[in-house]
Unconditional design. Structure first.
Length: 159
């Protein structure tokens, strides 16, 4: 799989790379976005790491309070508990953001594949030329409608 430095801007990754980016974004938000060539992946990863680190610090603070008191803290407004829930929320937002970026990469590749699958455009239709000077006259038009217009050899039209 290519890294973001290898991916030129505006390039759509192939199907295997898109799947790998999705799996990477599910396991570590931002990593798959970076692999897909999106610079926003660095921000996603930073937000996720802040949320993850905050939740780990909160768990450690909660455990420290538990061991120092000898009983589990029961307060719902415990600062460690509140900070832990908020940190998990921040990490969840980063995870959803990375998942949305993976969805956008997939949508862009579908759009690009549709555009490449379209047949080439045909040039505008050129109007047919009149078959002979004979049709320019009223008598020639009447004979053409009847199917008895003379060709250059003087035989009737086969139509």
């Amino acid at each position: 799989m290519k890294t973001s430095s290898d991916t030129p801007p505006g390039t759509v990754p192939d199907k295997a790379t898109r799947r790998a980016c999705l799996v990477a974004n599910l396991s570590m938000p931002g990593l798959g976005s970076i692999a897909a060539g999106r610079k926003i992946g660095y921000v996603q990863m930073g937000v996720y790491l802040v949320g993850f680190a905050g939740s780990m610090v909160s768990v450690l603070a909660f455990l420290w309070q538990w061991t120092s008191r000898g009983t589990m803290p029961q307060e719902i407004t415990n600062p460690a508990l509140v900070a832990g829930v908020l940190s998990i929320g921040v990490a969840g937002i980063a995870w959803l953001w990375a998942l949305n970026t993976s969805r956008q990469v997939e949508a862009e590749s579908r759009c690009a594949s549709r555009e490449s699958a379209l047949p080439p455009r045909l040039p505008p239709e050129i109007p047919p030329e009149l078959p002979s000077e004979e049709l320019k006259t009223e008598d020639g038009r009447r004979r053409a409608e009847e199917g008895t217009a003379n060709t250059e050899l003087g035989t009737p039209n086969p139509e």
